[in-house]
Design a binder for this molecule. Sequence first.
Ligand code: AMP
Length: 396
Amino acid sequence: MLNKKSVDDIQVKGQKVLVRCDFNVPLQDGVITDENRLVAALPTIKKLLADGGRVILCSHLGKPKGEPKPELSLAPVAKRLSELLGQEVIFAADPDVVGPNAKAAAEALKDGEVMLLENTRYRKEETKNGEEFSKDLASLADIFVNDAFGTAHRAHCSNVGVTKFMKENAVGYLMQKEIDFLGNAVNNPERPFVAILGGSKVSSKISVINNLLDKVDTLIIGGGMAYTFMKAQGQEVGTSLLEADYIEYSADMIKKAEEKGVKLLIPVDTVVAKEFNNDAPSRIAEGDIQPDEMGLDIGPKTRELFAAAVADAKTVVWNGPMGVFEMPNFAAGTIAVAKALADIDAVTIIGGGDSAAAVNQLGFGDKMTHISTGGGASLEFLEGKELPGVAAADDK
Ligand code: AMP
């Protein structure tokens, strides 16, 4: 269990509570296309309001790079959040986030009322953890609550810098839930414990592979990163994604798995095409990828192999798609893994990002034990790193 002060440990009646949420939702022409992150933030907000807190929400949205960008305003989030909460979320539309509107609105808040600040990344100090903006944010409130798991792996003003100027710093329910699920899975898993890694690059998952090899019974490697492992085993991979600088590393990981008695599974067949294009003619290659062919998905035998490997697992952590799942003709491997996880009686944890999107889009969301709201943060957690956004909260 996370040993940090939580929203259950603070007295918020009549207090102004600044809550860092992760409202970084996808927007299309001002319409929110996936509101999972808003829904995930509701328990903490509702608890603080019910306890009579005066709630000031803040979040970043996209990458406005330190200046106001109307298309990245949080205004649509305030509107949708008002509907979800069933009460008005006052929106403070200051281009410098903590401006006259925000200050006046915060002063006027009554117990059980809630407001939202403008996109914290409108300020260029935000991502540099600068003192001035941290102080501005802190000046609005008495207590700070961090519920933004998706940015917990970054040290920014609105999740780390601000804590230096607050008298109390707690974490929200979402943060607690994320850390409890991921922490239990990695540090105290019911076995067999299987990790599935995919996605494009070995280089972005080096420490994850290394750390997980110390914990799991089986490690499954799919997606673009598998080709560097296949090359390390002496196979030809044609024009598939290959990170030549990581072939040796991959060979070391294969050796480490052997030494530790960890079963390491790499694709035995792949769907290959001559072009990176959904409509490109494809075939199944089994150890015979030609020089002009690239692997874009795991093949049918591999899908069966991977499904069999999780069949009797008790804990499974999955991060990264098995192929170019954005193209329907190369999505079958990712779908097969999602189905395999949906079917088993195990704790199944989806580590955010593309795999979370895939599982939700394919309609398997409610079959998983936990779908993380943070791709980067869950990866860094799986690497065994301490997340600065969590470390900054007060200990219990
Ligand atoms: P990442 O951001 O590293 O988790 O990688 C996710 C991306 O990997 C997705 O956009 C997939 O399309 C891509 N991907 C997965 N498998 C392959 C592959 N075999 N070749 C190229 N890209 C892939």
